[in-house]
Design a protein around this ligand. Sequence first.
Ligand SMILES: [Fe+2]
Length: 208
Amino acid sequence: MSYTLPSLPYEYGALEPHFDERTMRIHHTKHHQTYVNNTNDVLKDFPELAKLDIDDLIQNLDKVPVDKRTFLRNNAGGHANHSMFWIGLKIGTELQGELKSAIERDFDSVENFKEIFEKAAATRFGSGWAWLVLKSDGKLAVVSTANQDNPLMGESISGVSGYPILGLDVWEHAYYLKYENRRPEYIKAFWSVVNWDEAAKRFAEKIK
Ligand SMILES: [Fe+2]
């Protein structure tokens, strides 16, 4: 068993002009592929772990020896995060239904939620991710993680917890070719390509 790079459910240029074709292609075929390859490399010695779903694997990092743990955390995290990221992108969806109601309940308004999310994404120093997560108490929250950490890794590793509903990659590799150093512009562009249908599906699956 080994992990494989998932195909994108759209063309590399499908998110133009917001997320550009060249960035999407390099991001997927080079960056994500490297996380997959590195994860497979380290798991050669742990075939049982390689059978796990990637989201399960990142919740079981303590199953590998300490000297391999950080490498696996970074690369398996990268595979998990990007796999979710790609299917979370689509032009033309609309926030509605239960997820919209829950966002309004927990952030007062959609506008306020977006402001909080944008701030979390913009102020993540260096490389990392911004997330909308569903906490164990049933409330939504915005958090951010460093590097390729994922909220599923838990407080003791990523510093945060919760089930990811939305994730935004704020590594420079996600935006530098088009937006150069203007991360806030890239973050604003995310709202034009966020797949609210996928987010709503993740939310609905978790609250039922
Ligand atoms: Fe990335």
